[in-house]
Design a protein around this ligand. Structure first.
Ligand code: ADP
Ligand code: MG
Length: 592
């Protein structure tokens, strides 16, 4: 999912190839017309790349949004005398509003329910528009005016071809800009589930809605163009079949790669045309046999090349140069850390039950400013669950959790993150296909907020540079600089744990929760980690540490809280705990 990783020279070549095509007199009209359609479909496929490939939301209903754009401009131009240009804002507003309403309902659906929901609206659009008298029922609306520039009418396929591909070019640039930004990283993190993203202040529901509406707007734009290229609209091109073809384009070309959408649109469009010629002759009967081939193709791609064909194409090209990180960018504002010794985190009779199982049993403890508290206990003692209560991943069954005197047990995870609590996960939650730098930058998501529009227009470069510089600094701090531009999934597991610490530090936390950070680290790495923790404490940060390596725990902590079967059985200094008979019996005795 290398957002902006496509090589510059390739793009230049593609643009030149597209631009020159209609100028060549020996290229027949037929291919120019087909080229125009490829452009129209590309717009929809690019939206689907973002929605499905990047955001992980499968939609079979995208053709309905094309229909909204097309019908909006058809009605306005034929019934109210608008010029085709003037209807674009209305077509986009209609599509966007519809997407917002549908999105508010369907985006929350999980698992297979979302694709099913998209099938439902894909079908209903077809019947809805096909039954409205005013919109011409299944015959649709004809006699739409063509686009025109002054006296020049873009009625000729060669002329309108340029308009279409200009819009595609704009869509590609806007989409790649968006992916390569703060909001884009949040969108790309959606695939990893909401827990990790929300833990760093990402509003995942909002991010999903943004992708959803953006994809619909691209589809609506395609419909707007399509209506005036075709000069007629009817429900059939906007039904479920079309929705499935659009999805195939996105999946085949490269779910996750903007230009993969264009590639997929080209392959499917040409293939469909050829198959429609050949298959009926081969089989000796009429019918849309290409649908069968497309079905097989979709399954084959999902089985054999999950990322689609784009990555194969990219492998043939030299890698694009690494973007330089401007370390000179103005540092992000820092949080004021609480005073040393003040109560930063207080759990009071915190309780969590899973059905009959009491995972955390009325546990009380405190973390003070500038202190490292260890939370220890055998497997299943309730340590990770306690982390989840503090960070808002799970609601407490009863009890109170206070942060700097303020109750946080009813707050959502991302609000708690914004207050200055950052964490790592026992089971690493990085986005494997995003670079280490991009993963770590998500940690700073809530520290400055350039938005969607500024990202698309590249007006976010100053705040973006500050975010990236902060991420690079934290990566350097944990000693992973040489891996900065590698996909996070390519790092060793121990390094991924350290990367999670860098991401947490990127939030500029006052309280840092580390869940088994030393697991899988080598001796040297553990020593470096211990040094880092001491340094953080010296800077005034508070740390709550879950760790099984007792030497490590004894060396770095000021205070220990011991859990067993969800219950606190002891607390005290490391020296006290190491000779506490109850602890030795319950825990250390068994472990050696
Ligand atoms: P630790 O981190 O100390 O090893 P956990 O907090 O992960 O322990 O788990 C404590 C207990 O709660 C275990 O018995 C575990 O099986 C149970 N548990 C943890 N999460 C859930 C959950 N989401 N649903 C049901 N039981 C859970
Ligand atoms: Mg655990």
């Amino acid at each position: 999912m290398a957002a902006a990783g496509s090589s510059f020279s390739l793009r230049l070549f593609a643009v030149a190839a597209v631009a020159v095509l209609p100028l060549l007199p020996f290229v027949p009209d037929f291919w120019i017309t087909l080229g125009g359609y490829i452009g129209l479909y590309s717009l929809v496929a690019i939206g689907l790349v973002l929605l499905t490939g990047v955001g992980g939301m499968t939609s079979f209903g995208q053709a309905a949004f094309v229909g909204f754009g097309a019908y909006a401009t058809a009605a306005l131009t034929t019934k109210f005398g608008f010029s085709p240009w003037a209807t674009l804002p209305f077509a986009l507003a209609a599509t966007g509003l519809m997407a917002l309403l549908i999105g508010l309902v369907t985006v929350k659906l999980s698992g297979h329910y979302l694709p099913l929901g998209t099938i439902a609206w894909g079908i209903s659009f077809f019947y809805l528009f096909g039954n409205i008298e005013w919109l011409g029922r299944f015959d649709g609306i004809s006699g739409l005016p063509p686009f025109s520039i002054g006296p020049i009418s873009l009625i000729d396929a060669r002329a309108v071809y340029y308009l279409i591909w200009l819009v595609v070019l704009v869509a590609v640039v806007l989409s790649e800009n968006l992916l390569d930004s703060r909001v884009g990283r949040a969108m790309r993190a959606l695939r990893g589930g909401s827990v990790a993203a929300e833990a760093f202040g990402v509003d995942t529901a909002r991010a999903k809605l943004i992708v959803f509406v953006y994809a619909a707007l691209l589809a609506g734009t395609s419909g707007w163009l399509y209506a005036h290229v075709q000069r007629a609209v009817s429900p059939s091109p906007f039904g479920l079949n079309a929705g499935i073809e659009y999805l195939l384009m996105a999946v085949l070309g490269g779910s996750g790669f903007v230009l993969g959408g264009v590639l997929g649109a080209a392959i499917v469009t040409v293939l469909k045309d050829q198959l429609q010629n050949i298959l009926p002759k081969l089989i000796g009967a009429d019918g849309n046999f290409e649908t069968i081939v497309f079905g097989i193709l979709m399954v084959a791609v999902l089985q054999l090349a999950r990322q689609g064909l784009w990555p194969f194409l990219m492998r043939l090209l030299p890698p694009s140069p690494q973007k330089a990180v401007e370390l000179s960018a103005e540092p992000l504002e820092r949080r004021r850390l609480p005073e040393r010794g003040m109560a930063v985190l207080e759990a009071e009779k915190a309780r969590k039950q899973f059905g009959g199982l009491v995972a955390v049993n009325d546990v009380s403890f405190m973390v003070k400013g500038g202190e490292i508290v260890g939370l220890i206990g055998p497997n299943g003692a309730g340590k990770s669950t306690t982390f989840n209560l503090v960070t808002g991943v799970l609601p407490a069954t009863s009890g109170e959790i206070r942060y700097m005197g303020r109750r946080i047990d009813a707050l959502p995870a991302r609000k708690i993150a914004e207050l200055g609590i950052a964490r790592t996960f026992q089971h690493v939650k990085l986005m494997p296909s995003m670079t280490l730098l991009e993963n770590v930058a998500i940690g700073a998501h809530s520290r400055n907020r350039p938005g969607v529009i500024s990202a698309m227009l590249r007006l976010d470069r100053l705040p973006e540079a500050r975010l990236i510089a902060e991420a690079a600094r934290q990566i350097e701090r944990v000693g992973l600089t040489e891996h900065m531009h590698k996909p996070a999934g390519s790092l060793a597991l121990g390094q991924q744990r350290i990367a999670e610490i860098a991401r947490a530090l990127c939030l500029d936390p006052a309280l840092l929760l580390l869940d088994e950070p030393a697991a899988g680290l080598r001796f040297n790495e553990k020593q470096q980690l211990a040094e880092l923790l001491s340094q953080l404490r010296a800077d005034g940060m508070s740390v709550l540490l879950v760790e099984h390596d007792m030497d490590f725990v004894m060396k770095v902590t000021n205070h220990l809280v011991v859990l067993d079967f969800g219950t606190k059985i002891a607390e005290g200094t490391p020296a006290e705990i190491s000779v506490n008979p109850v602890v030795l019996e319950a825990y250390l005795g068994g472990v050696e």
